[in-house]
Write a protein that binds this ligand. Structure first.
Ligand code: PRP
Ligand code: URA
Length: 209
């Protein structure tokens, strides 16, 4: 059974509220995206396997646990997913990073792929696909389809805000993929924007509007 989790920790809710505010500027927005990604990473890595080791403390021998060395990869969906990479890497610094470029055709809302570069051993890695916005779900579903086609078998999606339509579409397209998001909003508007959402995530991260 895959996981669909709205990670509504108070710190995340607080930061998401700041993120939604139209008066939040580019630098603060970028910092918040990174901080929320770090908090989501904590939750999405909860099931990583561990193994027991012995460590000498200054006073005794401790039987304790370390990560069992599963290989990890991050794949941000360009552009906006890039904003989540640093926050994730701050907790899992050894992860390799691939990139997949997708944009939505503004009229049809259909995703268009324009770039894909993944670690060669993606089939051996646990892959975290990153995108702040899950609107229709088209971009995330297509990106994950491409990543699977290149051999990946263990994939989790991490996002900040989802519309019910997008969550359902992604779960139906990829029932094996665990989904972690920080907020589930009301709906999509006629232009495919999440309501209330936060506007265009890429533009707000990169200051392009
Ligand atoms: C945004 C967002 C997602 C996509 C979500 O990207 O970052 O990738 O829209 O919409 P969907 O769920 O309906 O596919 P956008 O197309 O604006 O590209 P950008 O990040 O390059 O600005
Ligand atoms: N992409 C965004 O950046 N925001 C939305 O609300 C929907 C898609």
């Amino acid at each position: 059974m895959s996981v669909v989790e709205i990670v509504d920790h108070p710190l995340i809710q607080h930061k998401i509220s700041l993120l939604r505010d139209r008066n939040t500027g580019t630098k603060e927005f970028r910092d918040l995206v990174s901080e929320i990604a770090m908090l989501l990473c904590y939750e999405a890595t909860r099931d990583l396997p561990t193994e027991e080791v012995e460590v000498e403390t200054p006073v005794a021998l401790a039987r304790t646990k370390v990560l069992a060395g599963r290989k990890l990869a991050l794949v941000p969906i360009l552009r906006a997913g890039l904003g989540m990479v640093d926050g994730m890497l701050s907790l899992i610094p050894a992860a390799k990073v691939g990139h997949i470029g997708m944009y939505r055709n503004e009229e049809t809302l259909q995703p268009v792929e324009y770039y894909c570069k993944l670690p060669n051993d993606i089939n051996e890695r646990e892959v975290f696909v990153l995108d702040p916005m899950l609107a229709t779900g088209g971009s995330a579903s297509d990106a994950i389809g491409q990543i699977k086609a290149r051999g990946a078998k263990h994939i989790k999606f991490i996002g900040l805000i989802a519309a019910p339509e997008g969550l359902k579409a992604l779960h139906e397209a990829h029932p094996d993929v665990d989904i972690y998001v920080a907020a589930l909003d009301e709906r999509l508007n006629e232009n495919g924007y999440i309501i209330p959402g936060l506007g265009d995530a890429g533009d707000r991260i990169f200051g392009t509007k």
